[in-house]
Design a binder for this molecule. Structure first.
Ligand code: G6P
Length: 364
């Protein structure tokens, strides 16, 4: 079936905007009234390690999920980009699951990584958007992310749907291993159920973001900072921005700022801080103040509490609705995508077909 832009200027704009609906559909598939709907053979109780492998945006979804599998389920979790993983001959404990996350299900390196693991681990699991894809067919088990067709080269709704499928798995793992109480588990399910509504609220910042983007478009370099599960989201924000606006952007762990990138800071460098008011917020704020002391232009993306306590002295801030830990990356993905989108619009680049990039990389 032909996918249309449905009144939007670009597929990317449409795909960003439809996330509340698409994520709602995925939630209806993966959440039941009192639990999660995952194949019973996906049992994490005696699994000693997880390995998550992917490329590009899907790799950043894995990087967020590592925090979730560790904190929610207590499973040691290894992540790598497929092009490294496939050649470094990693030892694979048999009591482990290997997960391969891919929108297309056809990325050559990810497929090769899957083939490397076949027979070495208890189960290979594909997390894909295209159920008929090579990666889905070759894995022992395939889980759909249910994002619908994604046309924009820069992945948006597939990213949040990958995060959702991985979050649901991490919660099941938490229950299987007795790491989460039923009350904690139910609380996390409620957070996920609230996500489409929160995403709708996040999308209302689009006009403010479009205005900020006109100034971001003047920059040569942009830094993204985050801590905890927001660190990989900072990496994804930087990837999205460089992919479509061609501005050099880097994501950094807030705490690593002083080990290098702070040397770059001056009045011309925007620093985008992705920081919900969570238990690490104060630490991130002190990193942000180090930037401000050097006249860096801070854009703080936070919630109401974060705005009240830390927005003073920043160049600008964006207010997100409050979201319970540790699922903020699902929500903060949206302002990150919108910042990239509107900066690219301000620069006049080809948003849906950025130069030199392909939607699916089926050769090495
Ligand atoms: C390309 C696309 C990215 C995508 C990556 C991995 O680089 O431009 O948007 O994240 O491939 O693709 P996959 O289909 O495996 O998720």
């Amino acid at each position: 079936t032909q996918v249309e832009k449905a009144g939007y200027k670009h597929f990317m704009a449409k795909e960003i905007a439809e996330q509340p609906v698409v994520l709602g559909d995925a939630l209806r598939h993966y959440l039941t009234l009192d639990g999660v709907n995952l194949p019973p053979e996906l049992d994490f109780s005696s699994i000693e390690r997880l390995t998550l492998v992917a490329c590009g945006t899907a790799f950043y979804a894995c990087s967020v999920a590592k925090y979730w599998f560790e904190t929610l389920a207590g499973i040691p979790c290894e992540i790598d980009v497929a092009s490294e993983f496939r050649y470094r001959e990693p030892p694979m404990p048999i009591q482990s699951y290997a997960l391969f996350v891919s929108q297309s299900g056809e990325t050559a390196d990810t497929l090769a990584a899957l083939r490397y693991c076949a027979g070495k681990v208890a189960k290979t699991v594909a997390v894909v958007n295209v159920p008929s894809s090579s990666i889905a067919r070759e894995a022992d088990l395939a889980l759909p992310i249910l994002a619908g067709v994604e046309v924009g080269v820069a992945s948006t709704k597939a990213f949040t749907c990958q995060l959702l499928a991985l979050a649901v798995m991490a919660l099941k793992a938490g229950r299987d291993r007795g790491h989460l109480t039923k009350v904690q588990f139910d609380g996390h399910l409620d957070t996920l159920r609230a996500m489409p509504g929160l995403m709708n609220a996040a999308l209302t910042t689009a006009d403010d973001i479009a205005k900020l983007a006109e100034q971001l478009a003047e920059a040569q370099d942009i830094l993204f900072l985050g801590r905890g599960p927001m660190y990989p989201l900072a990496l994804e924000g930087a990837l999205k921005l460089k992919e479509i606006s061609y501005i050099h952007a880097e994501g950094y762990a807030s705490g690593e700022l002083k080990h290098g990138p702070i040397a770059l800071i001056d009045r011309t460098v925007p620093v985008i801080v992705m920081a919900p008011h969570d238990k690490l917020f104060d630490k991130t704020v002190s990193n942000m103040q180090e930037v401000m002391a050097r006249h860096g232009k801070v854009l703080l993306v936070t919630d109401g509490k974060g705005v009240a306590s830390a927005a003073e002295g920043t160049w600008a801030h964006l207010r997100m609705p409050e979201v319970a830990e540790p699922f903020a990356p699902l929500l903060y993905a949206l302002p990150a995508q919108l910042l990239a989108y509107y900066t690219a619009i301000a620069k006049g680049t080809d948003v849906d077909q950025p130069r030199n990039l392909a939607k699916s990389v089926t050769v090495e």
